[in-house]
Design a protein around this ligand. Structure first.
Ligand code: UFG
Length: 333
C-alpha cells in the first residue's frame, strides 16, 4: 500500500515510516519540519514539506500521490504548552485535522490511523484503564485529541471512513536510526539520559504519591512496538475488514507500569553510573498511576508489545543518543 505519514519526520512518525518501508509499503512523508527532523526521513520515502492543515496543499498532494491510507501522527503534543496556548492546539489538532479529513474525503482516501493519547482519560477512576473508561481530559492537548477521535467516529458512520485511533501511553526507546529529541524536552527518559550526559541533576516530581515507592507509575512502551501496532492497524482499515466498520479505538501500552524511581535506577544500570537526581515537588496534573488495559489491542489487532523491558527501552534510547547527538545534545546525524 502507499501510505501518507503526517509528522513522518517526528519521533513516532519516523520510526513508523521505517517499519512501513521494511514491510514493503510505499511511504510519502508529510511534515512541515517545525518540530520534525529532515535527517529522520529515510531516502526510500518521499518528503513533502507542507502542513496537513493547508487544504490546497493537501488537495494537490492527494491528487499527485494517490495514497491508499493515512497515518496521522502530526500534532502539537506538549501538555504544558497546551495549557498556556490552547488556541494553537485547537487550530492544529482540531481544525488542521478536519482540513486533512476533508481533503482525504474529496480524494476518496477512506483509511486512516490516528495517533491518540492516554491523555484523553484525564485522571482515571481505576487502572489498568480500558478503552471504555470515561473520557475526561484535564488539558487542551488531551481534549483536542478526544475531539478528533469523535470526528473519526462520526465520519465512519456518515461517510464510511475506516479508522483506528491508537491511544499511546508513555512512548520510549529508539531504533538505530531514530529516537526522541524535543526542544524543550519534558519527558522523563530523555531527561534522565541528559542528566547522565551533563551531570546536571534531573528534578523528580514528587515521592508522596500512593504508589509502592511514592513516585508516579507509568506504562512505558517501546517506540518500535508502537510502529508494529501502526502497521497492524493500517491493515485493519482494509475495505473489507469488519474490525473497522465502525471507528476502532485501542490503547497501546505494555499493560504494566514502572515508577519514576524504577526508571532512574534502570537508566543508571544502562549507562553504568548513578544518575544525578533531586526530589522536587509534584508537577501539576500528574495522575499517580497510568497503566493501559491492553486486551483489545491483543484480541482485535493481534498485537502485543515485544520489547516490554525498561532495559530495552532505555538501552536503545541511550545507544541512539550516543550515535546521533553531539555533546550539546544537538542532532548530528
Ligand atoms: N517526571 C519527572 N521529572 C521530569 C520529567 C518527568 O519526575 O523531569 C515524571 C513525571 O512527573 C511523570 C513521569 O515522570 O510522573 C513521566 O512523565 P513524562 O513527562 O515523561 O510523561 P507523562 O506521563 O506526563 O505524559 C505522557 C505523554 C503525554 C500524555 C500523558 C498522558 O508523554 O503525551 O502521558 O497523561 F499526554
Amino acid at each position: 500500500m502507499r501510505v501518507l505519514v503526517t509528522g513522518g519526520a517526528g519521533y513516532v512518525g519516523s520510526v513508523s515510516v521505517e517499519r512501513l518501508l521494511d514491510a514493503g509499503h510505499e511511504v510519502v512523508v508529510l511534515d512541515d519540519l517545525t518540530t520534525g527532523h529532515r535527517a529522520s526521513v529515510p531516502g526510500a520515502a518521499s518528503l513533502e514539506i507542507a502542513s496537513y492543515g493547508d487544504g490546497a496543499a493537501m488537495g494537490r498532494l492527494f491528487e499527485r500521490a494517490r495514497v491508499d491510507a493515512i497515518l496521522h501522527c502530526a500534532a502539537r503534543s506538549l501538555v504544558g504548552e497546551s495549557v498556556r496556548e490552547p488556541a494553537r492546539y485547537y487550530r492544529d489538532n482540531v481544525s488542521g485535522g478536519i482540513v486533512l479529513l476533508e481533503a482525504a474525503r474529496q480524494a476518496g482516501v477512506g483509511r486512516l490511523v490516528f495517533s491518540s493519547t492516554a491523555a484523553v482519560y484525564g485522571v482515571p477512576e481505576r487502572t489498568p484503564i480500558p478503552e471504555t473508561a470515561p473520557l475526561a481530559p484535564i488539558n487542551p492537548y488531551g481534549e483536542t485529541k478526544r475531539t478528533f477521535e469523535g470526528a473519526l467516529r462520526f465520519y465512519a458512520e456518515a461517510y464510511g471512513l475506516r479508522s483506528v485511533s491508537l491511544r499511546y501511553f508513555n512512548v520510549a526507546g529508539a531504533t538505530e536510526r531514530n529516537g526522541e529529541l524535543h526542544d524543550p524536552e519534558t519527558h522523563l527518559i530523555p531527561s534522565v539520559l541528559r542528566a547522565a550526559e551533563t551531570g546536571a541533576p534531573i528534578s523528580l516530581f514528587g515521592d508522596d504519591y500512593p504508589t509502592l515507592d511514592g513516585t508516579c507509575v507509568r506504562d512505558y512502551i517501546h517506540v518500535a512496538d508502537l510502529a508494529d501496532a501502526h502497521l497492524t492497524a493500517l491493515e485493519a482499515t482494509a475495505p473489507d475488514d469488519a474490525r473497522t466498520d465502525a471507528a476502532l479505538v485501542c490503547n497501546l501500552g505494555i499493560g504494566a507500569g514502572f515508577s519514576v524511581r524504577e526508571v532512574v535506577d534502570a537508566a543508571a544500570a544502562v549507562v553504568g553510573r548513578p544518575i544525578p537526581a533531586t526530589m522536587g515537588p509534584r508537577r501539576v496534573g500528574d495522575p499517580p498511576v497510568l497503566v493501559a488495559a491492553v486486551d483489545r489491542a491483543r484480541e482485535v489487532l493481534g498485537w502485543t508489545a515485544q520489547r516490554p523491558t525498561l532495559e530495552e527501552m532505555i538501552g536503545s534510547a541511550w545507544a541512539w543518543r550516543r550515535t546521533h547527538l553531539d555533546e550539546s545534545g544537538a542532532r548530528i546525524s
